[in-house]
Design a binder for this molecule. Structure first.
Ligand SMILES: [Zn+2]
Ligand SMILES: [Zn+2]
Length: 193
């Protein structure tokens, strides 16, 4: 291993450097340029404190968003198969986040103001008691429906969203609530398109 001083490693933008000298625990190991930590010591710390380590990584990512994004990009291109597998697993575990992303992109495309988050949807689940906003039927799955259609209101804020059943959402479509005769579905006969 080539011997290089920390300050030179810093100048070269290297993540690690190597002095050939033992750390305070006697390891002759690579050191991390950012904090001078010995990799073996860090590894042992991580093993002993997995939760703290995760938190500290998260904290770093939050305050170094651009660098974190770059780091992730680099890791992904070096670990293509693993990255693909992890993204597949993440997608399976987070269908609501994927839907939220799709909705968010549409809202941006339409030039909407306001924004809702998954926490707002969770709040609606409680407030609406898991019943359709329009017909009151019990919901197991739901659509996130814009009360005044997004194409008209350009409002993606929590005030303009509700949870609705598929039938109500699809039959209301791009109409204003007052233009839509959802009544027949409300009375229990489900109106299909
Ligand atoms: Zn060490
Ligand atoms: Zn409904």
């Amino acid at each position: 291993m080539e011997i290089i001083l920390r300050k030179d490693a810093k100048k070269l933008g290297l993540t690690y450097y190597f002095t050939g000298k033992p750390c305070m625990h006697g390891h002759i190991e690579k050191r991390q340029t950012s904090n001078g930590g010995c990799l073996l010591c860090i590894g042992e710390y991580v093993k002993r404190h997995p939760v703290e380590r995760k938190e500290s990584v998260k904290k770093w990512d939050r305050s170094n968003r651009d660098k974190a994004r770059e780091k992730l990009k680099r890791w992904r291109s070096n670990n293509k198969e693993k990255a693909l597998l992890l993204s597949k697993i993440w997608k399976q575990k987070n269908p609501d986040k994927i839907q939220a992303n799709i909705r968010r992109r549409r809202a941006i495309r339409l030039g909407c103001k306001g924004r809702h988050f998954i926490a707002d949807v969770r709040r609606l689940e409680i407030n609406q008691n898991m019943r359709c906003y329009w017909c009151g039927n019990k919901l197991t799955k739901y659509h996130i429906d814009h009360i005044i259609p997004l194409s008209i209101s350009k409002d993606d804020s929590p005030a303009n969203i509700c949870l609705s059943c598929r039938e109500c959402n699809q039959s209301k479509d791009v109409n204003l609530p007052q233009e839509w005769s959802g009544a027949d579905h409300k009375n229990g006969t489900i109106r299909l398109l």
